[in-house]
Design a protein around this ligand. Sequence first.
Ligand SMILES: Cc1cc2nc3c(=O)[nH]c(=O)nc-3n(C[C@H](O)[C@H](O)[C@H](O)COP(=O)(O)O)c2cc1C
Length: 419
Amino acid sequence: MKCVDDFRLRLGSQELVPIMIGGMGVDISTVEMALEAARLGGVGHISDAMIKTVADRHSNTRFVKDKLKLYKANVNNPDKSSVQFNLGRVAEATKLHVARAMQAKQGEGMIFINCMEKLTMNAPRETLKVRLTAALDAGIDGITLAAGLHLSSFGLIEDHPRFRDAKLGIIVSSLRALQLFLKKTARTHRLPDYIVIEGPLAGGHLGFGMDWAQYDLATIVAEIRQYLLTEKLDIPLIPAGGIFTRSDATAFLEQGAGAVQVATRFTVAKECGLPQAAQQEYFKASEKDIEVNQISPTGYPMRMLKNSPGIGAGIRPNCEAYGYILDSNGTCTYITAYNREVAAHPGARKVSVKDKTCLCTHMRNFDIWTCGELTWRLKDTTRKLADGRYQSLTTEHIFKDYQFSKDNQIALPPELNSQ
Ligand SMILES: Cc1cc2nc3c(=O)[nH]c(=O)nc-3n(C[C@H](O)[C@H](O)[C@H](O)COP(=O)(O)O)c2cc1C
């Protein structure tokens, strides 16, 4: 049987190892992880989710403090419509983050940025245009348009000098979503360079309803492949969601996929942004510890570990500092849910909000442990140490396991004392 390394992803004139590490916000797929993927000849993603906070963490900037200072007087006001992002500062933070990756990049691979449309930032169109433009300005190899239909995203950057040379891809979960996208972007005469097809087992937000379990990645990939054949469109398809071993990956590649996008296996890598304590929770999880729920204020179902500290926490909305999910009217369903609980419990020092979560603060603090459906298998990808903890892996080890392993096996890391 073939292995993943027998295939190549062709993007324009470039040939890549057909492994793409998916974007994982907020700063879960770090610059360091993306750099490893590129060094090994594949594609790594950074994410522009909560870009100011991420820039502050790594570049010694004060974007978040400065914004909070500006809007401090509004903290107790349930109306957040006055809390606006300064577009110049968003551009600055994006450029810092992207440049940190691109300046350190080595090897034949590429680094893309994952841009989620659902981060509406109180001015969806204007902020998205700045995010996309700044990433291109800073030299990103490609942009993956995620979490949303992105019907006008190509139009936002069609005047950019890199519009036709940077790689642009889209994540869809159905043929219908792809058809809509292609129809709406036809006037730009620019097709996506790749299409990530994300199935129901993926981590993060899902492009399905709560009936996600009725869908199947292979079926959606086959439908989309047939459509592209009929339309005579030659665009690499990149399935994602539940591709856990190189055999899973090879099965898709043998059926004509251009590459695979994978993420869950990398959540326990040393280069991953998740703190070590959270990574141990991912290792320990069993099937019953993983759920898809509707607590994300984006309106999309999201998969996470049930013991995520952010579930049920009733913290005060922190939109003056963050505010990434505020819609164009300055509202977010978490604010509504929080205010409802505060009104129902007069005088209480703390409330619990069960139906929604403050995604910005909790993702920023790594307190919502979003994960793929197969997270419960992570424990089989490493060694259990004498103290009961699981041994952390390197991005290189996981990447090469996907690339080279044989016979449906998952290679364990070298024992710690022999490293
Ligand atoms: C921890 C985690 C965070 C994620 N965050 C994002 C994200 O911010 N944006 C996005 O488009 N996809 C996100 N995803 C989805 C992945 O990029 C990827 O497409 C998918 O999880 C692949 O399936 P797998 O995890 O089963 O390998 C996330 C996945 C995980 C596991």
